[in-house]
Design a protein around this ligand. Structure first.
Ligand code: PFF
Length: 459
């Protein structure tokens, strides 16, 4: 009997995996991408990418993790000993670790904004809470506030370290008592908060205009660039190509239905993205915020505080929203860190405590560098980008798609014949309608399409 950690229940493993997938990608990146790429047109493409590529690639990762029950380097070692496929797993570990170092900084900002919402200091110098201040002025105030905050040397480090400490605490408790238990508490809370915010958004005067923008497709907006963005967003959001799903599925019990799990996780992740659209676009239309553009960081840390400042109950809504964001970020940072922790435990036979410390402690340094790169280290450029943006671009735009391509090629062409089928059908004991189309996509469609998208993003 192996002593490999395992999730305790079917629902627990789904909630934990959804917790990994639902993160800043859904709450922060998706609405911004939808806004700039034509609303409903982007949404439709995004849904297409999730179904056509996201679910099959997720299945490929699940088949490796649940089948081999080890870390993301180990699965390649076990299935192709003495061949260099393990490099794919090593790349995934590196990518997840690099992402973690800057993702933790943004997670820290969410903590700080939640704290400042609770104390009220986020809104203190803002006159015109009642909406009497012009949106332009509000925009400038929150923009300056955000820039001044992230450019400071030491202040943003404190919440980043707090988030690192919370991560360490949960990870030390292990898979069932830490990751699964935390997800079981936090994820339902996140869904309730999302529902509440959807309700609030519907009360805005221009709610219908916002929904129309989000749900009525204008196909003339679809360009090759929009397709690239939709695919990138789907992979980012579903945590693909990063060893996360290989690692989490290595904790799935043997009788887990991989097809059902992949569909459920993807649908819930999609649902959160759609709910965010339903929350953001009515607010954006009502308060005329679309002129300012909703690029990533700005959307959450500038645009939304503008909305809250103009609503009654500013502090309550703002605190709840940043709590929601912090929860989404926390469950994702946990999964990003677990990739390296599983690697340390399985490869180097480390105890969980030693592995957690080995993984988390260097992050105090790396995240510090990422944080300082917004301020006093901003002169330090790699390929013309500061450390934060370089890691983001490298890991998300290059390593993530490369990881996904090679994972698909491995499962499609290298593993023993029948491996994928056996995993998806639990050795023929369950019927699965998605195994055939899934294998076809993993073998041919996904590697080619992702490669095309990757190459064209450089042109
Ligand atoms: N899927 C999560 C999110 O959407 O925020 C976490 C994540 C995984 C982010 C992988 C980025 C990434 F490359």
């Amino acid at each position: 009997m192996s002593n490999k950690a395992q999730f305790g229940s079917k629902i627990g493993l789904i909630i934990a995996t959804v917790g990994s997938a639902v993160g800043l990608g859904n709450v922060w990146r998706f609405p911004a991408e939808a806004q700039t790429n034509g609303g409903a047109a982007f949404l439709l493409l995004y849904i297409g990418c999730v179904f056509l590529l996201g679910i099959p690639v997720m299945l490929a990762e699940f088949s490796l993790g649940r089948g081999q029950r080890t870390d993301s380097v180990g699965v390649f070692h076990k299935l192709a000993p003495k061949r260099p496929w393990w490099i794919v797993g090593a790349l995934a570990i590196l990518a997840s670790y690099l992402i973690l170092s800057f993702y933790m900084v943004v997670a820290g900002w969410t903590f700080e904004y939640m704290w400042q919402s609770i104390t009220g200091s986020l809104y203190a110098p803002v006159v015109g809470i009642d909406g009497s201040l012009a949106t332009d002025m509000l925009d400038r105030q929150f923009r300056t506030k955000m820039q001044e905050y992230i450019m400071q040397d030491w202040k943003p480090l404190i919440p980043t370290y707090i988030m690192l400490a919370i991560n360490l605490g949960i990870l030390l408790m292990g898979v069932q008592k830490g990751i699964e238990k935390m997800s079981n508490i936090l994820m339902p809370m996140l869904f309730v908060l999302l529902l509440v915010f959807c309700g609030v958004s519907m009360t805005f005067p221009k709610a219908i205009d916002g929904l129309e923008f989000f749900f009525r497709p204008d196909f003339s907006k679809i360009t090759p660039g929009v397709v690239i963005n939709a695919l990138g967003q789907a992979f980012f959001s579903l945590s693909l190509g990063m060893g996360i799903l290989i690692t989490y599925s290595s904790y799935f019990p043997k009788d887990t239905k991989l097809g059902k799990t992949a569909v459920t996780v993807s649908m819930l992740d999609l649902l959160v993205a759609v709910m965010m659209g339903v929350i953001i676009f009515p607010a954006v239309k009502t308060f005329g915020l679309d002129e300012h553009g909703l690029e990533g960081v700005t959307l959450v840390f500038v645009t939304l505080p503008e909305v809250f400042a103009q609503m009654p109950g500013t502090q309550i809504w703002s605190s709840l929203f940043f709590l929601l964001l912090m929860v989404a970020a926390l469950t994702s940072t946990i999964s990003l860190a677990e990739v390296s922790i599983a690697f340390m435990m399985d490869r180097f036979r480390m105890k969980r405590t030693a592995a957690c410390l080995t993984v988390i402690l260097p992050l105090f340094v790396l995240s510090t560098l990422c944080s300082l790169s917004q301020g006093s280290l901003s002169w330090l450029k790699i390929a013309g980008l500061n450390i934060f943006d370089f890691l983001d671009t490298m890991a998300t735009n290059v390593m993530l798609p490369v990881g996904a391509i090679f994972t698909c090629l491995f499962v499609g062409w290298c593993v023993p014949k029948g491996y994928f089928k056996d995993e998806i059908t639990n050795n023929g004991t369950i019927r699965s309608r998605i195994y055939r189309p899934g294998l076809f996509i993993v073998k041919y469609v996904a590697p080619i399409l992702i490669a095309v998208v990757l190459i064209s993003s450089f042109l």
